[in-house]
Design a binder for this molecule. Structure first.
Ligand SMILES: CC[C@@H](C(=O)O)C(=O)SCCNC(=O)CCNC(=O)[C@H](O)C(C)(C)COP(=O)(O)OP(=O)(O)OC[C@H]1O[C@@H](n2cnc3c(N)ncnc32)[C@H](O)[C@@H]1OP(=O)(O)O
Ligand SMILES: [Co+2]
Length: 143
């Protein structure tokens, strides 16, 4: 298991449009992607680029969304997860399970088109951690 770059910070919001306005007006964010649906993950997504990472704005796609409960508890939204890159998601999952961590489900394709998996917040002092397999071209470029 090798810890890689911080890929993004996930921020849950009841309205991507309102959050985008806030990032633009209060923080001067300019590089903001177009929102898109990810029904398989139960979210609508929009990336705000910062020089060294991304903010991933996520809004529930439907009532079954994994962020529905979070927004019920935090109606204004808030920081939801952090995502670190790993070179090999299957190796990371095997390592985490061997250490007794609670891996939430099987790896699935995430918003960047590579496999992702989540680790329960109880294993990280209340922080929901997402691991994302780094794109192979980035890994090749890193050597
Ligand atoms: C855009 C696609 C993708 C990407 O490519 O980047 C994504 O990021 S998708 C993001 C959304 N998807 C997920 O979050 C999937 C994984 N999450 C889950 O499986 C669940 O959300 C959860 C973490 C198991 C929580 O389930 P939930 O039913 O909402 O809550 P519980 O009531 O069971 O909560 C148990 C416990 O955990 C606390 N909690 C819940 N969410 C968070 C959070 N985001 N950060 C920190 N803590 C969280 C909750 O408060 C409970 O605590 P206690 O009350 O102390 O038990
Ligand atoms: Co994410």
């Amino acid at each position: 298991m090798t810890l890689g770059r911080l890929n993004h910070v996930g921020v849950a919001t009841p309205s991507i449009e309102r959050s985008v306005d806030t990032y633009r007006s209060l923080l001067g964010a300019e590089a903001i992607g177009k929102p898109f649906d990810l029904p398989a993950q139960g979210v609508r997504v929009c990336f705000v680029d910062a020089p060294n990472t991304q903010i991933e704005l996520i809004e529930p796609f439907d009532e079954q969304s994994p962020i529905a409960g979070f927004l019920k508890k935090n109606p204004a939204g808030g920081q939801h997860h952090v995502c670190f890159e790993v070179p090999d998601i299957d190796a990371a999952v095997a390592h985490l399970k061997a250490q007794g961590a609670t891996v939430l489900g099987e790896p699935r394709i995430g918003a960047h088109g590579t496999p992702i998996v989540f680790v329960h917040p109880k294993d990280f002092g209340g922080l929901l951690v997402e691991l994302m397999e780094a794109p192979k071209d980035e890994q090749a470029g890193a050597h």
